[in-house]
Design a protein around this ligand. Sequence first.
Ligand code: SF4
Length: 332
Amino acid sequence: MNSRLKIERIKKTLWELREHETCCELCPRECKVNRKKGEKGFCQMGREPFLSHALLHYGEEPVLSGYGDWNQEKSNGSHRNGSGALFFTGCHLKCPFCQNYQLSWLNQGKQVTSQQLAEHMLSLQQKGALNINLVSPTHFLIPILEALKQAYKEGFTIPVVYNSNGYEKTEVVQKLDGIVDIYLPDLKYHSSSLSQKLSGVPDYFPKASQAILEMHRQQPQLVVDDNNAAQRGLIIRHLILPGMSSDSLKLLEWINSHLDSSVCLSLMSQYHPCFKAPPELQKCLSPQEFHKVLAQAKKMDLDTLFYQPEPFSLQEHLVPDFSLPDPFGFGK
Ligand code: SF4
């Protein structure tokens, strides 16, 4: 879709979403607060966007970062441009073990205008970013769309990645048809008691699974360019939690029975106990559990499967520190 059509599509969606400024139901929390008047709902965020970092991210899936660092099948990332990540403050899910807790729970970040967001998008594109990676975008969807509209007017061309915790409303995702190029949702839990216990929402799976079906309808196939950089598609991320691999297997079963082999799955082994992780999650994933889930994923014969290496130890981890200008240590 060319820029002019994208701008028209964004304008339409903005018009349709405006009511959420005064009665916010952008996510399944449906707080109904007037964010325009400064009322705050579960995400604790007002109408104006807060941003923690805008940076080139080299640790995303190879097709997003252009950095062949992960074990992968039927894929070969070979260049190193980075994904243009915009890390937003706040979250509408807030898992107590979140590795980005400085943003999701502690609200670290600075208020920016939509114009400044657009400038970050254009600046990351200028630096060679393969895409703009909107990390936790849902609660700031309206100002993000305003920024994208402006960026397209000023020459923005790279794919837009919607990097979400998966707890989304299908009707909101429907409005992003023609705007989002690559969906990157988590699929965290199958069991409602587990999602209730760990993230305080019993309806995680019904919401996330329906939203993912809609994402798949819009972007059924991972499309890459000659440099193996993703242009369109859906990449489902699953972080395997220690001691909970049976729930992971149920999610794989659901993917297998509801989506075809064109879906791209990204299995993550990097769990590390952070922030307020409950006692049962005060450990890392065992290699045995990781291989059990990985073996099942391999049996699904997906066109594209990414997976991280064997789990890390408690001493060795990938937890970013967002109090630093270079939270991932990419500059080292
Ligand atoms: S985006 Fe925030 S205020 Fe709006 S419904 Fe979700 S949690 Fe509530």
